[in-house]
Design a protein around this ligand. Structure first.
Ligand code: CAA
Length: 458
C-alpha cells in the first residue's frame, strides 16, 4: 500500500565558474550597443568555464558542496541523477564521472550502491529528473536514502552569432528527500506541455547549439501556456486551490521562477502568463484601458501570434502597467539577480533562479506557494509548485551564491575566444585551479580513446 509522504527539495548548492566575461566589453568588441545586451536582453556578465572545467567538473563541484554543507556520507545517498544537454560522451553518463570524482574524496567504491542515470531534454531535463526522483522517494522504494539531482550545463553558441550574448555556465545540485526543510512538492500540481519542434538543438559532434532565436521565444511561450493551462486544471480539479469570484491562479502563487535564458525572456514569460490568467477577470478592464485591446489572433498559430509585432507591442504596454509591475517585483524579480551575472545555464538556470529568489528576498516565505515554470527546447514545459517549509530559513542562511558571484575574475574577449574555441590545454587555463575537480587529460590509446580523466587539485 502506498503511504502519502511529504517529499521535496531539502537544500540547493550551486557551482559557478570563477571566470566571467563582461557584457559591455563583449558588446564593444562585437560592435553592438552595450545597452542592447545589458538592457534589451538584461545580461551584465556571462560565466565562462576555464580550460580545466567541463559539465562534469561543475556537476561534481555542486554535488560536493551539497554533501559537505549537509554533512552527508555516501551511505545517505541512493541516487546521483544528472540532467544536462552538454553531454560529454554518447554512452557514459556524466553521473558516473561525478561518482568517480566524489569517490576521490569519500573513498574508492564508497558510492557503489547508488543508481546514477542521466536525463536529457534540453533545459527542462532537471525538472523531469526531479519529478522522477521525488516519485521514487514518495513510493518508499528509496528506503530512507536521499537523491541528488544535478543540473549542469554550458550554454554555447557560435562566435559572432546572435546567440553569443546569451551564453553562460553553472551547475546546481538539489537534495531531495522526505520531510524536506526547504520546499514540499505538490505532486498534483504538475502540468506538462510538449511539442515535437525544432527551435533549438545540437546535432551529434557539434559543441554549439543550432538555434532559431525568435522562433524559440515563440515555442517557449506556447509550451509554457499549455503547461500553465494544465497546472491550473490540476490545481482546481485536485482541490488544492479554489478560485473565488474575480481571482486568478496567480493570486494563489506567492513566488515564481522560470527557465531563464536571459532576464528579458522571463519578463516576457511572466507577462504572457498574467495576460492569459487575467483575461476575462474584472481587473482586465483596467488593463485594457491602459494598453488598448489585445490584438486579434484569428487564423494564427500560437507561435505566429506570440512573435507577431502587434502582440509584442501589446505585451510591452502590459509590462508598463502598475498591475504587472507590482506582481513582477513581488514574485519574480529577485530570481533574476544571479541570472544577470551568470547568463544562461540551460538545465541549471531555473534552479539557480530559485536559489537567487530565496537568497535575495528577506521577507517571510514560510507556508507560501513557490511555483516553477521549466522549459526545454525541442520542446517541453512543466509548471508545478511547492510549499515553502516552516524551517526554510535555516537552509537559506547557508546559501552563498551572490557572495560566490562577487569573487570571480574578469577575462578579456580574446581570452574568452580562446576558451570558446578550445585552444587551451586543460593545464594551461586562465586561472590556476584550487580546491576543485579538474579535467586532467583525455585518453589516447585504443582502449581509452576520448575517456576523460579527472582529479582533485588542492
Ligand atoms: N538599447 C536597448 N535595447 C535594445 C537596443 C539598444 N541599443 N537594441 C536592441 N534592443 C532590444 C530590442 O528591442 C529587443 O528587446 P524587445 O524584445 O523587448 O524588443 C532586445 O534588445 C533584443 O534584441 P533583438 O531581438 O534584436 O536581439 P537578437 O536578434 O540579437 O536576438 C535572441 C536575441 C533571440 C535572444 C538571441 O540572442 C538568441 O537567439 N539567443 C539564443 C536562443 C534563446 O535564448 N532563446 C530563448 C528561448 S528558448 C529557451 O529558453 C531554451 C534555451 O535556453 C536556449
Amino acid at each position: 500500500m502506498m503511504v502519502a509522504r511529504t517529499v521535496g527539495i531539502d537544500d540547493i548548492a550551486t557551482y559557478v565558474p570563477r571566470l566571467y566575461l563582461d557584457a559591455t566589453d563583449f558588446a564593444k568588441e562585437r560592435g553592438i550597443p552595450p545597452e542592447k545586451i545589458t538592457k534589451g536582453i538584461g545580461i551584465e556578465k556571462m560565466s565562462i568555464p576555464d580550460a580545466h572545467e567541463d559539465a562534469a567538473t561543475m556537476a561534481a563541484m555542486a554535488a560536493l558542496k551539497l554533501m559537505q554543507k549537509n554533512d552527508l556520507q555516501p551511505k545517505d545517498i541512493g541516487f546521483i541523477h544528472v540532467a544536462t544537454e552538454t553531454g560529454l560522451d554518447e554512452a557514459k553518463p556524466i553521473s558516473c564521472y561525478v561518482q568517480g570524482m566524489l569517490e576521490q574524496i569519500y573513498g574508492n567504491g564508497s558510492f557503489e550502491h547508488i543508481g546514477a542515470p542521466e536525463t536529457k531534454f534540453a533545459c527542462v531535463g532537471a525538472t523531469y529528473a526531479m519529478i522522477d526522483r521525488l516519485a521514487f522517494i514518495n513510493s518508499g522504494w528509496n528506503k530512507g536514502k536521499h537523491a541528488i539531482v544535478i543540473a549542469t550545463d554550458i550554454a554555447k553558441y557560435d562566435l559572432l552569432s546572435s546567440g553569443e550574448s546569451t551564453q553562460g555556465a553553472a551547475a546546481v545540485a538539489l537534495l531531495l528527500k522526505e520531510d524536506p526543510r526547504l520546499m514540499m512538492y505538490e505532486p498534483d500540481s504538475r502540468g506538462f506541455g510538449t511539442r515535437d519542434d525544432q527551435d533549438f538543438f545540437r546535432p551529434v559532434g557539434r559543441t554549439t547549439a543550432v538555434v532559431n532565436g525568435h522562433y524559440s521565444v515563440g515555442c517557449y511561450l506556447r509550451d509554457m501556456r499549455i503547461a500553465a493551462d494544465a497546472f491550473r486544471k490540476n490545481m482546481l480539479s485536485s482541490g488544492i486551490v479554489s478560485l473565488s469570484a474575480g481571482e486568478g491562479m496567480i493570486d494563489h502563487v506567492d513566488r515564481i521562477a522560470f527557465h531563464s535564458p536571459f532576464p528579458k525572456m522571463v519578463e516576457m514569460a511572466f507577462a504572457s502568463f498574467l495576460i492569459h490568467d487575467w483575461r476575462g477577470l474584472p481587473r482586465w478592464k483596467r488593463i485594457i484601458e491602459q494598453t488598448g485591446p489585445e490584438p486579434d489572433r484569428t487564423g494564427m498559430s500560437d507561435i505566429d501570434f506570440y512573435v507577431s509585432e502587434p502582440y509584442k507591442q501589446f505585451r510591452k504596454k502590459f509590462t508598463k502597467t502598475p498591475e504587472f509591475t507590482a506582481e513582477f517585483e513581488k514574485k519574480v524579480k529577485d530570481s533574476l539577480e544571479a541570472l544577470k551575472l551568470i547568463g544562461n545555464s540551460y538545465t541549471a538556470s531555473l534552479w539557480m533562479c530559485v536559489e537567487s529568489s530565496f537568497e535575495v528576498k528577506t521577507n517571510d516565505l514560510a507556508g507560501k506557494r513557490f511555483a516553477v515554470g521549466s522549459y526545454g527546447s525541442g520542446s517541453s514545459a512543466i509548471v508545478c509548485s511547492f510549499i515553502v517549509q516552516p524551517d526554510y530559513r535555516q537552509v537559506v542562511d547557508s546559501f552563498s551564491l551572490m557572495q560566490d558571484l562577487s569573487r570571480r575574475n574578469k577575462i578579456s574577449v580574446a581570452e574568452y575566444e580562446d576558451l570558446h574555441e578550445e585552444r587551451l590545454d586543460p593545464h594551461q587555463g586562465i586561472d590556476a585551479p584550487r580546491n576543485e575537480f579538474v579535467l586532467d587529460r583525455l585518453g589516447e590509446t585504443e582502449t581509452d580513446f576520448g575517456y576523460r580523466y579527472y582529479t582533485f587539485v588542492k
